[in-house]
Design a protein around this ligand. Structure first.
Ligand SMILES: NC(=O)c1ccc[n+]([C@@H]2O[C@H](COP(=O)([O-])OP(=O)(O)OC[C@H]3O[C@@H](n4cnc5c(N)ncnc54)[C@H](OP(=O)(O)O)[C@@H]3O)[C@@H](O)[C@H]2O)c1
Length: 356
């Protein structure tokens, strides 16, 4: 078990990088915290992330100093760059890490979609482009702690799940492996920070603030992660349709999963409640709530709140989480904790802010 970890964040100036810096600067077992940004090299972290003034003292570096980093006893690298970047850079990074004696010692946690899927054909179908480094596919453990805790504990390479995929999988995991669930309708809304720090047409405030729309209907890349989980758990006799929405929020994901399972499965209010309670007994960041989860109750925290309702055979499972925390940086820190043998909740115990 490691005592302290030294951290490098690739993509430290983005939203994920900012959240990693916020969480890791308060983490009791982080001994050094460094971040890379090409655009903001030489600037203090707080110049880009103003909430970190007086909290995280570092300065962005133009590129990592791997030689110096190799002196760290327990090196951990978080990659928080756009899709395809880590996959493109990894062959060269691996050579550099080998030269500096980091191979096999370093824990790499990727926040992008580059290594969440295991095959190049699955990746190409989900992301519409061929994978830049297919040889590395299948070498990352999928970092959903509520599903893969034991595998994460021994992993050196972890692919943290997508934000939608986290919420929807947490809503579905206790049902995975059942037969004949039938049609599963999934509708989920995200806040604008889901698209990252660079403004675009769909995230620009005037076009988004008073709007609500669907996008990537039945074709969102996270559907592949969700289906892979159901298949791995040998779920049979179901089909799933996922409709993502963009909501006039900055942070947050709210997912609604609806199904009408056959009576033979006996999924009524009581049995569902106990099934979910049992499944999430050892999951410190999943809370079962009454009526409905609320984004305002989870913003800024690593919690995912779930509510289950059943009436006349119709089952509704709802999930709410902060896309930048449990949907991203917080989950990545949870993965680091497990992989380093730290307490799973270290640095993540904050309740978030209410009202959001
Ligand atoms: N936002 C979310 O809710 C969310 C949730 C889960 C997962 N993710 C995934 O996490 C990753 C980061 O997301 P984000 O929202 O933090 O994105 P972001 O705000 O756009 O930040 C991207 C970061 O990557 C750096 N970067 C961009 N191109 C680079 C390159 N070619 N080489 C090195 N660095 C580069 C940028 O910094 P410089 O340009 O200054 O170098 C910036 O720091 C993405 O893959 C995203 O899909 C996002």
């Amino acid at each position: 078990m490691a005592n302290k970890a030294g951290i490098y964040i690739l993509g430290g100036s983005g939203y994920g990088g900012g959240e990693l810096l916020r969480l890791l600067s308060q983490h009791p077992q982080v001994e050094s915290l460094r971040g890379v940004s090409r655009k903001h090299a030489g600037e203090p972290f707080w110049n880009v992330h103003p909430n970190l003034r007086g909290v995280a003292d570092g300065v962005f570096e133009a590129q990592p100093d791997w030689g110096e980093f190799a002196q760290t006893e327990n090196p951990v690298v978080f990659a928080a760059m756009p899709h395809f970047e880590l996959a493109q850079q990894l062959p060269e990074l691996e050579q550099t890490w080998e030269i500096h004696g980091l191979t096999g010692r370093l824990t790499l946690i990727d926040l992008s979609g580059d290594f969440r899927l295991d095959s190049s054909s699955e990746f190409e179908k989900a992301y519409g482009k061929s994978h830049p480094y297919p040889q590395a596919l299948g070498k990352f453990v999928y970092g959903l702690p509520e599903w893969h805790k034991d595998k994460i504990k021994t992993a050196k390479r972890i692919a943290s799940p997508g934000c939608f995929a986290t919420a929807i999988q947490l809503a579905l995991l206790p049902l995975a492996g059942l037969n004949d669930l039938g049609f599963i309708a999934v509708s989920a809304a995200t806040g604008s920070s889901g698209a990252g720090a660079t403004p675009g047409e769909t995230t620009h405030h005037p076009t988004r603030a008073n709007d609500f729309r669907a996008y990537k209907v039945l074709s969102h890349q996270h559907q592949a992660e969700i289906l892979r989980m159901l298949e791995t758990e040998r779920t049979a006799g179901y089909s799933l349709a996922f409709v993502p929405h963009s909501a006039p929020l900055v942070r947050g994901i709210f997912a609604t999963v609806q199904l009408h399972p056959p009576a033979a499965l006996k999924l009524n209010s009581d049995s569902l409640r106990s099934r979910y309670e049992n499944f999430y007994q050892q999951a410190p960041f999943v809370r079962l709530v009454e009526q409905t989860p609320r984004i305002a109750a989870v913003v800024g925290s690593n919690f995912c709140d779930l509510a289950i309702q059943e009436s006349n055979g119709s089952v509704v499972v709802m999930a709410a989480l902060d896309n930048l925390v449990k949907g991203m940086a917080g989950q990545a820190v949870q993965n680091m904790n497990l992989a380093q043998g730290f307490n799973e909740t270290a640095g993540l115990n904050s309740a978030g802010c209410y009202p959001a």
